[in-house]
Design a binder for this molecule. Sequence first.
Ligand code: SF4
Length: 246
Amino acid sequence: MKSVAVEVLRYRPETEAEPSFDVFDVPYEDNWMILDAINHIKDQVDGTLSYRWACRMGVCGSCGMMVNGKPVLTCATYVEDVLPGPVRVEPLRGFPVVRDLVTDIQDFMVKLQRVKPWIIREEEKPLAEGEYLQTPEELEDYKQYSMCINCMLCYAACPIYELDPEFIGPAAIALAQRYNLDSRDQGREERMDVLSQHDGMWGCTFVGDCSVVCPKKVDPAGAIQRYKLDATVDWFQSVLMPWRKR
Ligand code: SF4
């Protein structure tokens, strides 16, 4: 088997004041992902290594880490694609580290809830009247944004979030758009109230790295720019046609 040096950031707060790197010589096969290499370290070398993973097929969004300085899903990144070594594995940038490769995601969870990522109705129709039907075209309008798996790679890639942790961030805005564009939803104004604040969409300077790293092609940068356009149109309408509600 071939082998590669893997440098893993370790931080055990009960014994260490600062994080440091441990280097492991990891044998690998052609089809191994970075997650396979980390699992090898955990299973065969050091069982104390801490990290998150679950589905192993790019769906759960829990195995995001920095690999050679880039945010990736480790279950979807081949070892072969990051050679030659050493391969450096670190926790997602921009989030506090709890232990080793495990980050504290509470900030993201709070921000996500602020944009109310669920269908809001002014008034629910009675169940007897059936479902809220939707055409394929209406589905297509928001489908791209519904692919988000909350992996937070876009936050780790976002220079604004790194500089200003108050910024609500790419995925939260993309998910707000996912519901705004859903023909069954009526919560657009509530979300606009949140995203128009100083820590909302206007903080984005359209660097675009969030869309580059997104493993599900959600395009949060595009969602943010579309949201800005909507907000601008709203503002002009409120000035020129105050009687008209969008
Ligand atoms: S927008 Fe993309 S990168 Fe960001 S959390 Fe969703 S899936 Fe991950």
